[in-house]
Ligand binder design. Structure first.
Ligand SMILES: NC(=O)c1ccc[n+]([C@@H]2O[C@H](COP(=O)([O-])OP(=O)(O)OC[C@H]3O[C@@H](n4cnc5c(N)ncnc54)[C@H](OP(=O)(O)O)[C@@H]3O)[C@@H](O)[C@H]2O)c1
Length: 295
């Protein structure tokens, strides 16, 4: 039997790894920095960086292979983008058939330079998804020891329950967008379902992918103002810390995924665990997001 999966509260996100143009040594330094700070869970997907990010991570890991035992490697599959490097694909689409899931997982193992994934997720719900097919792929990967746990990403509660109904082990998470810029999963039953199941979500783009700092839209402007005020009350000048504290306050106990490649921003994110917002501060952010008070 596989031991249960223990993720760090913050997760390291590697979607943007290739944008940072790090050498393998620099990527290794980043990985070591994360591990030193107690962030042991590494979030990937087959398609990140046009299929290059997992490989870049794997090259760095090859410099210090013993670090593999100190981390949880997470990947995703199911999206087939029409990249310039995939000329046979003329349209972005999803593929959750068993063969694609198995092939993608095996490719991730090779790229990441590992013999097992701690978790594999279906990246996006697929309208052509046959839950029995996915269950077949999961079962084979698990039996072969190639993937230890499974999860989903961007699934509605109904899609989560459908897939779960065909599996003999619990889905470990639903990785969803959680941000003051996008509160959909707080309102559509997604986080309620996860709280009921005591299954913690992973939270992507908590900072809106950087939009929180750069957007000139009214919602972002309102948020910047309120977050700055609350940041002053907590003796910090970094509004991202207040955003993480807002996400961490959710009772479904989300695991925020850090998207920055800069160690000082990573440190600030992790330190936000010390910041506790009171309800009025939490709802001030809710109100700034909505542009109106609670009814
Ligand atoms: N499952 C899914 O569908 C899905 C979708 C999207 C993302 N994800 C996962 O979630 C992770 C995080 O997503 P994300 O990268 O969108 O997270 P994010 O934290 O919302 O955004 C990160 C971006 O914000 C910038 N940023 C951070 N702090 C900043 C500051 N103080 N001032 C200005 N810019 C700042 C970062 O730039 P610097 O690098 O310069 O700091 C980076 O470009 C990804 O790596 C991926 O693992 C999953």
């Amino acid at each position: 039997m596989t031991a249960s999966l223990s993720l760090s509260r913050f997760i390291a996100g590697f979607w943007r790894l290739c944008d940072w143009e790090y050498t393998p040594q620099q990527t290794l330094k980043l990985i070591e920095h994360y591990l030193e700070q107690g962030v042991t869970s590494m979030d990937h997907a087959d398609i990140y960086g046009q299929y290059q990010c997992e490989q870049a991570f794997g090259q760095a890991l090859a410099l210090q292979p013993h670090l593999r035992e100190q981390m949880q490697l997470i990947s995703k599959c199911g999206i087939k983008p029409a990249f310039p490097t995939t000329p046979k694909r003329y349209i972005n689409h999803y593929d959750t058939c068993a063969q694609h899931i198995i092939t993608s997982a095996e490719n991730s193992l090779t790229a990441l330079n590992t013999d097992r994934l701690d978790m594999l997720m279906i990246h996006r719900p697929d309208p052509l998804m046959d839950a029995d097919e996915i269950a077949k792929a999961f079962s084979q990967l698990k039996q072969q020891g190639k993937v230890l746990h499974f999860g989903v990403s961007n699934f509605t509660p109904a899609q989560f329950e459908l897939l779960q109904s065909r599996l003999d082990t619990p889905l470990v998470t639903n990785q969803v967008e959680i941000s003051p810029l996008n509160m959909t999963t707080l309102e559509d039953g997604t986080l309620d379902q996860l709280q009921r199941l005591r299954c913690s979500p992973m939270a992507w783009s908590c900072l809106g992918g950087g939009e929180l700092f750069s957007s000139t839209l009214a919602q972002a402007q309102r948020l910047q103002q309120v977050l700055t005020t609350i940041a002053e009350q907590h003796n910090t000048d970094d509004i991202s810390q207040i955003v993480y504290a807002w996400v961490l306050a959710l009772p479904s106990r989300p695991h925020p995924i850090i998207g920055s490649g800069k160690s000082e921003r990573i440190n600030k994110a992790i330190a936000s665990q010390q910041i506790k917002l009171d309800r009025q501060q939490w709802f001030s952010i809710w109100q700034a997001s909505k542009g109106h008070s609670v009814p």
